[in-house]
Design a protein around this ligand. Structure first.
Ligand SMILES: Nc1ncnc2c1ncn2[C@@H]1O[C@H](COP(=O)(O)OP(=O)(O)OP(=O)(O)O)[C@@H](O)[C@H]1O
Ligand SMILES: [Mg+2]
Length: 225
Protein backbone atom coordinates (compact mmCIF):
# COMPACT_ATOMS: atom_id res chain seq x y z
CA UNK A 1 0.00 0.00 0.00
CA UNK A 2 1.31 3.41 -1.04
CA UNK A 3 0.05 6.48 0.79
CA UNK A 4 0.65 10.16 0.13
CA UNK A 5 -0.52 12.51 2.87
CA UNK A 6 -0.74 16.15 1.79
CA UNK A 7 2.44 15.80 -0.25
CA UNK A 8 3.70 18.65 -2.37
CA UNK A 9 6.94 19.24 -4.25
CA UNK A 10 8.18 22.78 -4.71
CA UNK A 11 11.24 23.91 -6.65
CA UNK A 12 11.89 27.48 -5.60
CA UNK A 13 8.55 29.19 -6.06
CA UNK A 14 7.49 26.69 -8.71
CA UNK A 15 4.88 24.07 -7.80
CA UNK A 16 6.00 20.79 -9.36
CA UNK A 17 3.36 18.76 -7.51
CA UNK A 18 0.44 20.50 -5.80
CA UNK A 19 -0.70 19.13 -2.40
CA UNK A 20 -1.78 15.56 -3.08
CA UNK A 21 -3.29 12.91 -0.81
CA UNK A 22 -3.98 9.43 -2.10
CA UNK A 23 -3.77 5.74 -1.35
CA UNK A 24 -2.73 3.24 -3.99
CA UNK A 25 -3.65 -0.34 -3.15
CA UNK A 26 -4.46 -1.68 -6.62
CA UNK A 27 -2.23 -4.27 -8.29
CA UNK A 28 -1.50 -1.83 -11.11
CA UNK A 29 -1.76 1.95 -11.35
CA UNK A 30 -0.94 4.15 -14.36
CA UNK A 31 -0.02 7.84 -14.34
CA UNK A 32 -0.96 9.64 -17.54
CA UNK A 33 -0.82 13.29 -18.54
CA UNK A 34 1.08 15.71 -20.73
CA UNK A 35 4.82 16.40 -20.63
CA UNK A 36 5.81 18.23 -17.47
CA UNK A 37 2.63 17.37 -15.56
CA UNK A 38 4.47 15.80 -12.62
CA UNK A 39 4.34 12.05 -13.38
CA UNK A 40 8.05 11.37 -12.95
CA UNK A 41 8.11 13.54 -9.84
CA UNK A 42 5.32 11.48 -8.28
CA UNK A 43 7.13 8.23 -9.14
CA UNK A 44 10.41 9.51 -7.73
CA UNK A 45 8.73 10.29 -4.42
CA UNK A 46 8.11 6.55 -4.05
CA UNK A 47 11.76 5.60 -3.75
CA UNK A 48 13.23 8.76 -2.30
CA UNK A 49 14.78 10.10 -5.52
CA UNK A 50 12.63 13.19 -4.82
CA UNK A 51 11.66 14.20 -1.28
CA UNK A 52 8.37 15.95 -0.48
CA UNK A 53 8.56 19.63 0.39
CA UNK A 54 5.63 19.04 2.74
CA UNK A 55 3.62 16.00 3.79
CA UNK A 56 4.49 12.35 4.04
CA UNK A 57 5.00 9.43 1.70
CA UNK A 58 4.52 5.86 2.97
CA UNK A 59 5.42 2.75 1.03
CA UNK A 60 4.16 -0.35 2.83
CA UNK A 61 4.47 1.60 6.09
CA UNK A 62 7.98 2.99 5.56
CA UNK A 63 8.79 6.58 4.65
CA UNK A 64 11.48 6.96 1.97
CA UNK A 65 12.68 10.05 3.80
CA UNK A 66 13.45 8.10 6.98
CA UNK A 67 14.00 4.52 5.83
CA UNK A 68 15.59 4.94 2.43
CA UNK A 69 17.50 1.65 2.39
CA UNK A 70 14.42 -0.37 3.42
CA UNK A 71 12.25 1.36 0.83
CA UNK A 72 14.80 0.89 -1.96
CA UNK A 73 15.02 -2.83 -1.16
CA UNK A 74 11.28 -3.15 -1.72
CA UNK A 75 10.77 -0.72 -4.59
CA UNK A 76 12.20 -1.72 -7.97
CA UNK A 77 12.63 1.17 -10.41
CA UNK A 78 12.61 0.76 -14.20
CA UNK A 79 13.69 3.75 -16.30
CA UNK A 80 12.85 4.68 -19.89
CA UNK A 81 16.39 3.95 -21.00
CA UNK A 82 17.57 0.49 -19.93
CA UNK A 83 21.18 1.60 -20.34
CA UNK A 84 20.68 3.61 -17.14
CA UNK A 85 20.51 0.37 -15.18
CA UNK A 86 22.34 -2.39 -17.05
CA UNK A 87 25.80 -2.51 -15.51
CA UNK A 88 27.29 -5.91 -16.35
CA UNK A 89 28.87 -7.03 -19.66
CA UNK A 90 26.48 -9.92 -20.38
CA UNK A 91 22.79 -10.51 -19.82
CA UNK A 92 23.24 -13.44 -17.44
CA UNK A 93 25.76 -11.52 -15.34
CA UNK A 94 23.39 -8.59 -15.03
CA UNK A 95 20.59 -10.78 -13.67
CA UNK A 96 23.08 -12.63 -11.43
CA UNK A 97 24.17 -9.30 -9.93
CA UNK A 98 20.57 -8.61 -8.90
CA UNK A 99 20.40 -12.06 -7.31
CA UNK A 100 23.53 -11.27 -5.31
CA UNK A 101 21.74 -8.27 -3.85
CA UNK A 102 18.91 -10.53 -2.72
CA UNK A 103 21.20 -13.04 -1.05
CA UNK A 104 21.07 -15.97 -3.50
CA UNK A 105 24.27 -17.98 -2.85
CA UNK A 106 27.02 -17.45 -5.38
CA UNK A 107 26.97 -21.09 -6.53
CA UNK A 108 23.30 -20.81 -7.51
CA UNK A 109 23.23 -17.41 -9.14
CA UNK A 110 24.23 -18.31 -12.68
CA UNK A 111 21.70 -21.16 -13.00
CA UNK A 112 18.95 -19.11 -11.37
CA UNK A 113 19.70 -16.13 -13.64
CA UNK A 114 19.42 -18.40 -16.70
CA UNK A 115 16.08 -19.68 -15.43
CA UNK A 116 14.77 -16.15 -15.00
CA UNK A 117 15.94 -15.18 -18.50
CA UNK A 118 14.35 -18.31 -19.95
CA UNK A 119 11.07 -17.49 -18.21
CA UNK A 120 11.01 -14.21 -20.18
CA UNK A 121 11.90 -15.96 -23.44
CA UNK A 122 15.44 -14.53 -23.29
CA UNK A 123 17.44 -17.75 -22.87
CA UNK A 124 19.25 -17.23 -26.17
CA UNK A 125 20.52 -13.83 -25.01
CA UNK A 126 22.08 -15.04 -21.75
CA UNK A 127 25.71 -14.92 -22.87
CA UNK A 128 25.37 -12.06 -25.34
CA UNK A 129 27.03 -8.74 -24.69
CA UNK A 130 24.46 -6.30 -23.34
CA UNK A 131 25.74 -3.72 -25.83
CA UNK A 132 24.78 -5.94 -28.78
CA UNK A 133 21.14 -6.23 -27.74
CA UNK A 134 18.39 -4.12 -29.29
CA UNK A 135 16.76 -1.53 -27.04
CA UNK A 136 13.68 -3.74 -26.75
CA UNK A 137 15.80 -6.70 -25.68
CA UNK A 138 17.70 -4.47 -23.25
CA UNK A 139 14.47 -3.23 -21.67
CA UNK A 140 13.24 -6.81 -21.22
CA UNK A 141 16.61 -7.64 -19.67
CA UNK A 142 16.50 -4.61 -17.35
CA UNK A 143 13.03 -5.66 -16.26
CA UNK A 144 14.19 -9.25 -15.65
CA UNK A 145 17.05 -7.93 -13.50
CA UNK A 146 14.75 -5.69 -11.47
CA UNK A 147 12.21 -8.49 -11.00
CA UNK A 148 15.05 -10.78 -9.85
CA UNK A 149 15.27 -8.62 -6.73
CA UNK A 150 11.67 -9.64 -5.94
CA UNK A 151 10.35 -6.11 -5.38
CA UNK A 152 7.04 -5.53 -3.60
CA UNK A 153 6.50 -2.42 -5.73
CA UNK A 154 7.61 -1.94 -9.32
CA UNK A 155 7.88 1.72 -10.32
CA UNK A 156 8.36 2.33 -14.05
CA UNK A 157 8.93 5.64 -15.79
CA UNK A 158 7.84 5.33 -19.42
CA UNK A 159 9.24 1.82 -19.82
CA UNK A 160 7.92 1.33 -23.36
CA UNK A 161 8.75 4.73 -24.88
CA UNK A 162 11.81 3.58 -26.83
CA UNK A 163 10.29 0.32 -28.02
CA UNK A 164 8.56 -0.91 -31.16
CA UNK A 165 5.00 -2.18 -30.87
CA UNK A 166 6.03 -5.79 -30.43
CA UNK A 167 8.48 -5.08 -27.60
CA UNK A 168 6.18 -2.51 -26.01
CA UNK A 169 3.52 -5.18 -25.86
CA UNK A 170 5.94 -7.75 -24.42
CA UNK A 171 7.21 -5.35 -21.77
CA UNK A 172 3.62 -4.46 -20.87
CA UNK A 173 2.77 -8.16 -20.56
CA UNK A 174 5.72 -8.70 -18.19
CA UNK A 175 4.85 -5.64 -16.10
CA UNK A 176 1.22 -6.60 -15.73
CA UNK A 177 2.03 -10.23 -14.90
CA UNK A 178 4.67 -9.33 -12.29
CA UNK A 179 3.83 -10.25 -8.68
CA UNK A 180 4.76 -6.70 -7.59
CA UNK A 181 2.39 -3.75 -7.27
CA UNK A 182 2.93 -1.81 -10.50
CA UNK A 183 3.01 1.99 -10.67
CA UNK A 184 3.80 3.13 -14.20
CA UNK A 185 4.00 6.58 -15.76
CA UNK A 186 3.39 6.29 -19.47
CA UNK A 187 2.38 7.94 -22.71
CA UNK A 188 1.61 4.41 -23.97
CA UNK A 189 -2.15 4.57 -23.53
CA UNK A 190 -2.59 0.92 -24.52
CA UNK A 191 -0.44 -0.01 -21.52
CA UNK A 192 -2.20 2.53 -19.26
CA UNK A 193 -5.62 1.16 -20.23
CA UNK A 194 -4.57 -2.34 -19.20
CA UNK A 195 -3.88 -1.29 -15.58
CA UNK A 196 -6.54 -1.29 -12.86
CA UNK A 197 -6.51 2.38 -11.94
CA UNK A 198 -5.22 5.49 -13.65
CA UNK A 199 -4.42 8.97 -12.40
CA UNK A 200 -4.41 11.79 -14.92
CA UNK A 201 -2.02 14.56 -13.97
CA UNK A 202 -2.02 18.05 -15.37
CA UNK A 203 0.22 20.91 -14.21
CA UNK A 204 1.17 19.09 -11.03
CA UNK A 205 -2.37 18.11 -10.03
CA UNK A 206 -4.34 14.90 -10.20
CA UNK A 207 -7.29 15.96 -12.36
CA UNK A 208 -8.92 12.53 -12.77
CA UNK A 209 -8.60 9.28 -10.85
CA UNK A 210 -10.53 6.10 -11.43
CA UNK A 211 -10.82 2.88 -13.40
CA UNK A 212 -8.00 2.95 -15.95
CA UNK A 213 -10.29 2.33 -18.92
CA UNK A 214 -12.43 5.37 -18.03
CA UNK A 215 -9.58 7.75 -17.20
CA UNK A 216 -7.61 6.79 -20.30
CA UNK A 217 -10.69 7.22 -22.51
CA UNK A 218 -11.27 10.71 -21.05
CA UNK A 219 -7.61 11.62 -21.51
CA UNK A 220 -7.63 10.38 -25.12
CA UNK A 221 -10.78 12.39 -25.80
CA UNK A 222 -9.22 15.55 -24.34
CA UNK A 223 -6.12 15.14 -26.49
CA UNK A 224 -8.25 14.70 -29.60
CA UNK A 225 -10.25 17.87 -29.00
N1 LIG B 1 14.11 19.72 -9.47
C1 LIG B 1 13.33 20.47 -10.25
N2 LIG B 1 13.49 21.81 -10.30
C2 LIG B 1 12.70 22.58 -11.06
N3 LIG B 1 11.71 22.11 -11.83
C3 LIG B 1 11.52 20.79 -11.81
C4 LIG B 1 12.29 19.90 -11.04
N4 LIG B 1 11.85 18.65 -11.24
C5 LIG B 1 10.84 18.75 -12.13
N5 LIG B 1 10.63 20.03 -12.46
C6 LIG B 1 9.59 20.55 -13.37
O1 LIG B 1 8.37 20.06 -12.88
C7 LIG B 1 7.52 19.70 -13.95
C8 LIG B 1 7.10 18.26 -13.81
O2 LIG B 1 8.18 17.42 -14.20
P1 LIG B 1 8.05 15.84 -14.37
O3 LIG B 1 9.36 15.37 -14.85
O4 LIG B 1 7.53 15.26 -13.11
O5 LIG B 1 6.94 15.73 -15.50
P2 LIG B 1 6.44 14.47 -16.31
O6 LIG B 1 4.95 14.46 -16.19
O7 LIG B 1 7.17 13.26 -15.91
O8 LIG B 1 6.79 14.86 -17.81
P3 LIG B 1 7.23 13.94 -19.09
O9 LIG B 1 5.95 13.36 -19.64
O10 LIG B 1 7.85 14.92 -20.02
O11 LIG B 1 8.19 12.91 -18.59
C9 LIG B 1 8.27 20.03 -15.21
O12 LIG B 1 7.87 21.29 -15.65
C10 LIG B 1 9.72 20.04 -14.77
O13 LIG B 1 10.48 20.88 -15.58
MG1 LIG C 1 8.51 12.03 -16.89
Amino acid sequence: MIRLEAVDVLAGDRVVLAPTSLELAEASVALVGPNGSGKSTLLRLLNGLVLPSHGRVHVDGDEPEHALAAVRRRVGFVFTDPDAQLVMPTAVEDVALSLRRTGVPRSERDARARELLAAQGLAALADRSVRELSSGQRQLLALTSVLATDPAVLVCDEPTTLLDLHHARRVADVLLAAPAQLVVATHDLDLAARTRRALWLDAGRVVADGAAADVVAAYRASAAS
